[in-house]
Design a protein around this ligand. Structure first.
Ligand SMILES: Nc1ncnc2c1ncn2[C@@H]1O[C@H](COP(=O)(O)OP(=O)(O)OP(=O)(O)O)[C@@H](O)[C@H]1O
Ligand SMILES: [Mg+2]
Length: 257
């Protein structure tokens, strides 16, 4: 399987902060949905910013076998990045202008730009929001508008930082369906363990700037000791799932003395 990203020995220290990445290794494979879990401050956002080429850590990041060459590298347009805070992503006077920004940067004709904007807004459930001011939207609407600015570029890779935080249940459901319908490679950082269970092909645990575990969603989410060791809590849905599994095992145990 082709490696979309190959990350080796990544280290990053913010100018005034402590070390956020401490020798991190990671591989991301073509077509997979990779969910990154970890407590506050683990380094998830720093890692995604590094993958997007927006931070310059020490170590090696290969994108499809080669490092990105600075901010002007055209291959960066293949990588869509959803910021944790939508205010970091929205800067135009209208939603249309924000969602059109990427496609225009790609040099598309205005007709195609308008088509991409319509399609992206439709996909995130913001049909008719074209002329609204991004700064007067609710937080959840801003998050969806920010996602539209990413989708309108039709990226090959999606890097999503806390994509479901502050979405209401219906918007969250739409988002999960959207993610499931996208064949592109996806890397999602989240505290939403249910999202991890629903969309991940693989889950990676990040702790104190390093990847400490990589496995299937079940291996991670149903292992309370593992979650606790790395600062996470087992959510109710996982408890219920695990309980159902244990109950099944009990029944089997009764049948085979
Ligand atoms: N702009 C910054 N300046 C200084 N330190 C920072 C900055 N951004 C993050 N840090 C520090 O780097 C470390 C990693 O932060 P990061 O935002 O990557 O964590 P995170 O896993 O995304 O956390 P959260 O779940 O809260 O979003 C933390 O110790 C944080 O305080
Ligand atoms: Mg973060």
């Amino acid at each position: 399987m082709e490696k979309v990203f190959e990350v080796r020995g990544l280290r990053y220290r913010y100018p005034e902060g402590r070390e956020a990445l401490c020798g991190l290794d990671l591989e991301v494979f073509e077509g997979e949905a990779l969910v990154i879990l970890g407590p506050n401050g683990a380094g998830k956002s720093t890692l995604l910013l590094s993958l997007a080429g927006l931070l310059k850590p020490e170590g090696r990041i290969l994108y499809r076998g080669r490092p990105l060459q600075g901010l002007g590298d055209p291959r960066r347009l293949e990588i869509g990045f959803l910021f944790q805070d939508p205010d970091d992503q929205l800067f135009s006077l209208t939603v249309f202008e924000d969602v059109a920004f990427g496609p225009r940067q790609m040099g598309l004709l205005e007709e195609e730009v308008a088509r991409r904007v319509r399609e992206a807004l439709d996909r995130v459930g913001l049909k008719g929001f074209e002329e609204r001011s991004p700064h007067h939207l609710s937080f959840g609407e801003k998050r969806r508008a920010a996602l539209a600015t990413v989708l309108s570029m039709k990226p090959r890779v999606l890097l999503l930082d806390e994509p479901t935080s502050n979405l209401d249940p219906r918007a969250r459901r739409q988002f999960v369906e959207l993610m499931r319908g996208l064949a592109e490679t996806k890397v999602l950082a989240t505290h939403d363990l249910e999202l991890a269970y629903e969309v991940a092909d693989r889950v990676v645990l990040l702790y104190r700037g390093r990847v400490v575990f990589s496995g299937s969603p079940e291996e991670v989410l149903l292992d309370e000791d593992l979650l606790k060791r790395y600062g996470l809590e087992m959510p109710l849905f996982a408890r219920l799932l695990k309980g159902a599994g244990d109950a099944r095992e009990d029944r089997v145990a009764c049948l085979s003395p």
